[in-house]
Design a binder for this molecule. Structure first.
Ligand code: T5A
Ligand code: NA
Length: 209
């Protein structure tokens, strides 16, 4: 039976090592001869992404609802491309996805169900790997940067919302990984989870949510 590519999301708190691990995973998939394409959300390169970038760097102000919808629109801009790649048998790895969208906006106080709504019917990851890190460990990595959400109290609240989101998934679809360890140990756990999906998936892409 024909298979499609696997859709894998790497989620996590700021400084948890997502971008580092996504690059390591891409190299591993490449070396195994598995076609892979990376996406990163927000994608700051699109027209919507430029507005998001300006907001995150505190160069512009936006209503909490408005910025939430822009983050979602940024995913919708790329949803068709993701689906096409999956159909062609390419594994798609996303550095953040809709779960970050919900977690960060709900952490600011917007209702969880309102936050979910604009992402309903987006392609759903087959596997989400949540890189979990304590604020204390994140601080050891040089602390948070200069961007809008990179403050300890905000990150604690985001972590709480991610726990709620995680509880809605089964153990095969959402895996929490202790990202406070050495890079190689985290990468090994990620590969253990991705490896069984890397030769493709039978059946249609699921939908959020
Ligand atoms: N957001 C995002 C929303 O509000 N709504 C949305 O819908 C979406 C998609 C920008 C912000 O937007 C919010 C969430 C964010 O606040 P971003 O552009 O992904 O999101 O954020 P970045 O700043 O690019 O990424 P992070 O700061 O979150 O970092 P990463 O990617 O988690 O971590 P990484 O790999 O860059 O590593 C951080 C540092 O730690 C070191 C690295 O070398 C680096 O210096 N490091 C380690 N050190 C020790 N041990 C390890 N195991 C290490 N792994 C990495
Ligand atoms: Na990153």
């Amino acid at each position: 039976m024909a298979t499609r590519g696997a859709f894998i999301a790497i989620e996590g708190l700021d400084r948890s090592g997502k971008t580092t691990q996504v690059a390591t995973l891409q190299a591993r998939l490449d070396s195994e001869g598995i076609p892979v394409k990376l996406f990163k959300f927000p994608d700051r390169g699109t027209a919507v992404g430029k507005m998001i970038d300006s907001y995150l760097r505190s160069q512009s102000e936006l209503d909490d609802h408005a910025i939430h919808l822009l983050f979602s629109a940024n995913r919708w801009e790329l949803a068709a491309a993701i689906e096409q790649l999956l159909a062609q048998g390419t594994t798609v790895v996303c550095d953040r996805y809709a779960f970050s969208g919900v977690a960060f906006s709900a952490a600011k106080g917007l209702p969880l169900e309102w936050c979910r709504a604009p992402d309903v019917a987006l392609p759903a990851p087959d596997l989400t790997l949540f890189l979990d890190i304590t604020p204390e460990k994140a601080r050891e990595r040089g602390g948070y940067g200069e961007e809008r959400y990179e403050k300890e109290e905000m990150q604690r609240q985001v972590r709480d919302v991610f726990r709620v989101i995680a509880s809605e998934f089964d153990d095969a679809t959402w895996v929490t990984i202790d990202a406070g360890r050495k890079q190689d140990a985290v990468a090994a756990d990620i590969w253990d989870c991705v490896h069984p999906l890397a030769n493709g998936i039978v059946g249609p892409v699921q939908r959020l949510w």
